[in-house]
Design a binder for this molecule. Structure first.
Ligand code: 5RP
Ligand code: MG
Length: 209
C-alpha cells in the first residue's frame, strides 16, 4: 500500500519543515484543498522542485471547468488532480483528456456519491483509473468512517487504484489495508499527531509490510 500525506491546515513554511522530516516515509504529497485556497498552486511548484522524486497531488476537487482547472494543476507539476465524482461526466471527461496530454492521473473523489456502484461504472467507462473513498471532515465529526464505502467500492471497481481518506491514523490503518485499499491518505493523523514524524514512520512501516 502507498501512503499519501495530505497537507490541509498548514502554511508553506510549516509544510516544508514537516516534509523535510517525513518525505522518506511517504509516496505522494497532497496539497490539500484548504492549502490550495490559501496559497494557490505555489506549493505544488515548490514541492516539485524541492522533492523531484515525490509525486504531488493537487486536491482541487474540481466540480466544473474540468479542462481548464485540470490543466492549471498539471501544468504546475501535479502528478495527480482530484475531480468530484458527483459532478457532470462532461467535467470528468475534460479532466481525463488533459491528464492524458500531461501523462498525469485524475482521481475521482467519491464524497457524497449516493449510488457508488452505478457511479463507479460510469466513471470507469469514461476511462477513470483512480477512485477515492472519502469521509469528509464534517462527516467524520458525525462519527462516520470510510470503511463501509471502501468495501462497496472494492466490489464495484474493475480497473481502478483505490484511495481511501477520512481520519486514518496508525491505529486504524490496518483496517483499510485488509479492505484492499491501494493508497491511504492521511492528513490529521500525521499533522496533528503528538509526534508527526513518528506517526508517519509508523504508518509507512504498516503500509509497506
Ligand atoms: C478533506 C480532505 C483531507 O485532505 C482528507 O480528508 C485527509 O485528511 P484527514 O486524514 O484529516 O481526514 O480532503 O476534504
Ligand atoms: Mg484532501
Amino acid at each position: 500500500m502507498k501512503l499519501q500525506l495530505a497537507l490541509d491546515d498548514i502554511s508553506t513554511d510549516e509544510a516544508l519543515a514537516l516534509l523535510d522530516r517525513v518525505h522518506p516515509f511517504i509516496d505522494i504529497v497532497e496539497v490539500g484543498t484548504p492549502f490550495l485556497l490559501e496559497e494557490g498552486l505555489r506549493p505544488v511548484r515548490l514541492f516539485r522542485s524541492r522533492y523531484p522524486d515525490l509525486p504531488v497531488l493537487a486536491d482541487a476537487k474540481i466540480m466544473d471547468a474540468g479542462h481548464y482547472e485540470a490543466r492549471q494543476a498539471f501544468a504546475a507539476g501535479a502528478a495527480y488532480v482530484t475531480v468530484l465524482g458527483v459532478t457532470d461526466l462532461l467535467t470528468v471527461k475534460g479532466c481525463l483528456e488533459v491528464a492524458t496530454e500531461f501523462g498525469g492521473t485524475v482521481v475521482a473523489d467519491m464524497i457524497c456519491v449516493e449510488d457508488l456502484p452505478k457511479r463507479v461504472r460510469q466513471l470507469e467507462d469514461l476511462g477513470m483509473k483512480a477512485l477515492a473513498v472519502h469521509t469528509g471532515v464534517d462527516q467524520q465529526a458525525a462519527g462516520r468512517t470510510p470503511a463501509d464505502e471502501l468495501a462497496v467500492m472494492k466490489q464495484a471497481s474493475r480497473q481502478s487504484e483505490l484511495f481511501v481518506a477520512g481520519g486514518i491514523t496508525p491505529a486504524t490503518l490496518s483496517r483499510y489495508i485488509d479492505l484492499g485499499a491501494d493508497v491511504a491518505i492521511v492528513g490529521s493523523g500525521i499533522r496533528h499527531a503528538p509526534d508527526p514524524v513518528s506517526a508517519a514512520e509508523e504508518l509507512a512501516r504498516l503500509a509497506r509490510r
